[in-house]
Write a protein that binds this ligand. Structure first.
Ligand code: MEV
Length: 332
């Protein structure tokens, strides 16, 4: 028996990093997805094939105990991706109290580890496909929660933002609360002229989360004020989104980028892309996701081509993706 589940990538419009410390964030799923196919094996092994991650493919075979895999490769992004699959299988087994040896095949329509939520999509799609193969039903809230646990197990910390949007899809405001996240659907809008630029990551999400945590423990009051300012931007941007006020959204993106930069999560290449997009006519631009390279977004109504060229001049790659409202699903 063979099951394929898929889950979407995402763009964090406002509030990344501060959401890890309890502030709200606004995030949308995109029309690029991760597909995880799980097939039953006749033994107890876990075989992971990650041939299609936009980086040279490898196939790994090892037993599915809780230890993270020893991966013989220099490609740390592949190693990261494999860890999410392995933890996903382990925690999904624990969730339903059953297990089976399986072959797992991962395919991605977007660059992995680029700030587009691929680790959350991978965690959610792996758990969904595996549980379905085992005949175990799961509600969306529990799938989002399981996905979040997988991310925390691999990264050390994570907010519920990426796994919520990978599970539910749509344009969401996610607010972490003690009793579990509040997930509010903002109503689906295409945001005109949203351009995405990509540059390879120089650090992993776990590294960037660690960097912010360490800055916060050195300067708790200063960093808390930055987090609170980001929280206020999220409230203002929700109002701007609901009114379709693009000029304000652009300005809020610029402020949000400045605050993320002050947390030390941007990079020279990302800043160059962000600023050049503004000079090319974008109403606003910011890094999106964990940072350290990866992706930036620019709000560029009627200036898309000029902004894409500006991104390319800075060595970035414009990505063709649009907002979508389709969450995790079982294919076919
Ligand atoms: C990563 O896509 C977004 C971060 O806020 C981390 C998280 O929310 O788990 C940096």
């Amino acid at each position: 028996m063979k099951i394929t589940a898929s889950a979407p990538g995402k763009i964090a419009l406002f509030g990344e990093h501060a959401v890890v410390y309890g502030k709200p964030a606004i995030v949308s799923s995109i029309d690029k997805r991760i597909y995880v196919t799980i097939e039953e094996r006749s033994d107890d092994d876990l075989k992971i094939s990650a041939m299609d991650l936009h980086i040279p493919g490898i196939i790994l075979t090892y037993s599915k105990d809780e230890r993270l895999p020893k991966v013989e490769t220099n490609f740390s992004r592949v190693e990261e991706a494999v860890s999410y699959v392995q933890k996903g299988i382990y925690l999904a087994s624990e969730y339903c109290g059953k297990s089976k040896g399986v072959n797992v095949e991962v395919r991605s329509e977007m660059p992995v580890g680029a700030g587009l939520g691929t680790s959350a999509a991978l965690s959610v799609a792996t758990a969904y496909a595996y549980l379905t193969l085992l005949g175990s039903e799961i509600k969306r809230e529990s799938l989002a929660d399981l996905g979040h646990k997988i991310e925390v197990a691999v990264q050390g910390s994570a907010s519920p933002m990426d796994t919520a949007v990978a599970t539910f899809g749509g344009l969401l405001q996610v607010t972490p609360l003690l009793k579990g996240p509040s997930i509010e659907r903002i109503g689906f809008h295409q945001i005109p002229g949203l351009v995405i630029g990509y540059t390879p990551r120089e650090a992993t999400t776990a590294d960037l989360l660690k960097r912010v945590r360490s800055l916060r423990s050195s300067f708790p009051e200063a960093v808390e004020s930055i987090m609170s300012a980001i929280g206020s931007i999220v409230s203002a941007s929700r109002r701007a989104l609901e009114k379709g006020d693009l000029a304000s959204l652009g300005e809020l993106m610029n402020i949000n980028h400045g605050l993320l930069e002050s947390l030390g999560v941007s990079s020279k290449r990302l800043n160059d892309m962000v600023y050049s997009a503004r000079y090319a006519g974008a109403l606003g631009s910011k890094l999106t996701g964990a940072g350290g390279g990866g992706c930036m977004i620019a709000l560029s109504p009627s200036k898309e081509n000029a902004v894409k060229t500006a991104i390319q001049v800075e060595g970035g790659i414009p990505l063709a993706a649009s907002l979508s409202d389709i969450g995790a699903k079982i294919e076919g």
